[in-house]
Design a protein around this ligand. Structure first.
Ligand code: C5P
Length: 223
């Protein structure tokens, strides 16, 4: 049994406004994908990175042999499926599926997801409380949407970690459409548990996130 990981990095990152794919943007002198891979490698024995097909060489250079790089797909779901195929998982392996955009996730969170699966869960996902007041989207006339009770809600982070057979089954199943891996597996009836996430597990998405990333990178490096 091994612990392996897919680092998804095939997104374009249009919301970031960079002229390269998001995962190639440098934070404190290292590409985001290199940060993600080096951290995941402290938990997993083997890592596959899914990259935009147009930039495979640049990603291979960025990870410098630390991970295999394969082409992702048009959606995150397709990219993860490509990564899982490349890993050639055994049913009993444990696999972390991690967004390169969450490169700074705390290692104890990653380890907690693995422990939960080793303890018998089919999958484990980090979640954090929601800090904003939330309402439904505005009506067509601009009217404010109804309030949502944030105490009942959580924001989902990565890594989302599964037994190999569970990840493979979730991504093999057609007709299930979900924006994350745990929702796919949960939809199929697998027991997915939540573990506490961490503020470092935020997703680098918008330009101001780069400032936050640069500010916390030295602390992350030292942790
Ligand atoms: O678009 P979003 O920020 O939600 O993407 C989450 C993660 O999924 C990112 O790390 C991104 O690189 C990855 N992704 C991917 N393939 C896609 C789209 C997104 O690997 N086609």
């Amino acid at each position: 049994m091994t612990t392996a990981a897919v680092v998804t990095a095939a997104g374009s990152g249009t919301r970031l406004g960079a002229d390269v794919p998001k995962a190639l943007v440098h934070i404190e002198g290292r590409a985001l994908v290199a940060w993600a891979v080096s951290r995941v490698l402290q938990i997993a024995d083997a890592v596959v990175v899914t990259a935009p097909a147009s930039h495979l060489d640049a990603f291979r250079e960025a990870v410098d042999g630390a991970a295999r790089v394969v082409a992702g797909g048009a959606t995150r779901q397709e990219s993860v499926a490509a990564g899982l195929t490349a890993l050639a998982l055994d049913d009993d392996d444990v696999v972390l599926i991690h967004d390169a955009a969450r490169a700074f996730q705390d290692l104890s969170v990653m380890a907690a997801t693995v422990r939960a699966v080793e303890a018998g869960a089919d999958g484990a996902v980090p979640v954090v409380p929601v800090t904003d007041t939330l309402v439904a989207a505005p009506a067509a006339d601009g009217g404010l949407g109804a309030p949502l009770d944030r105490a009942t809600l959580r924001a989902v982070q990565t890594p989302q970690t599964f037994r190999g057979r569970v990840a493979l089954d979730a991504h093999r199943s057609t007709g299930v459409d979900a924006t994350d891996d745990a929702s796919l597996a949960r939809e199929l009836g697998y027991r997915i548990v939540a573990v506490d996430g961490h503020e470092w597990g935020f997703k680098v998405t918008r330009p101001s996130d780069l400032i936050l990333a640069a500010a916390i990178a030295p602390q992350v490096e030292a942790s």
